[in-house]
Design a protein around this ligand. Sequence first.
Ligand SMILES: [Zn+2]
Length: 212
Amino acid sequence: MLRESYDIHVEAAGRMLQGAAGANLATPELNRLAHRWIRATVARFEYTYHAGGRERTRVYHAMSGREADEILGLPVSEASGQYVGIAASRRASIEAAAGSQLAVPEPGHRLDAEVKGFRTLERDLVEGKVPARGRLRIWISQPICSSCRAMASSFETSYVIDTTIFQWRRSVGPDDVSLFRKLDQHRRLGSSTLRAWRRAGSGVTGRTGCLP
Ligand SMILES: [Zn+2]
């Protein structure tokens, strides 16, 4: 579930690396992005609504922090163009809708994954890309902070959309088989995945090692 949302971001970063500019990036720069995304919050918003006589769901994938092209220093003018092959599914990004009804995030929480999720869904609602009166389910890789909780309340109040939030918790100990732990293990493969994309782009064999 959240692993898929994470993968969509890694694959999009991979497509950026496949471009000529990205193929020359050094391994430490790739590792920097992968390490950041090991700690980033992953959020998945599933908005279900009725249209054309049937139930539909649009999924929004959000990752906290700056976007991949900014972290990598790549000249990708339209990063969202790299998020392909996800019909009925979108990358969540930070721009607020004109006349946004959402609470303003607290300092230090402006790039939270949940902010991107709520703002992207609000943009779609305001622009009529999805109808109102649906229901929203959110999965987050860590407990929601007070800033994002305030934003969730403002969303529910403004759009009267029933919202359920599922928060993953990091548990401790060697017997931890939590979903968070599985996501954590998966994310540790991120830098080798990015290196594979770079190799595919440059046609040369990259260095190995450097896994966290
Ligand atoms: Zn937050």
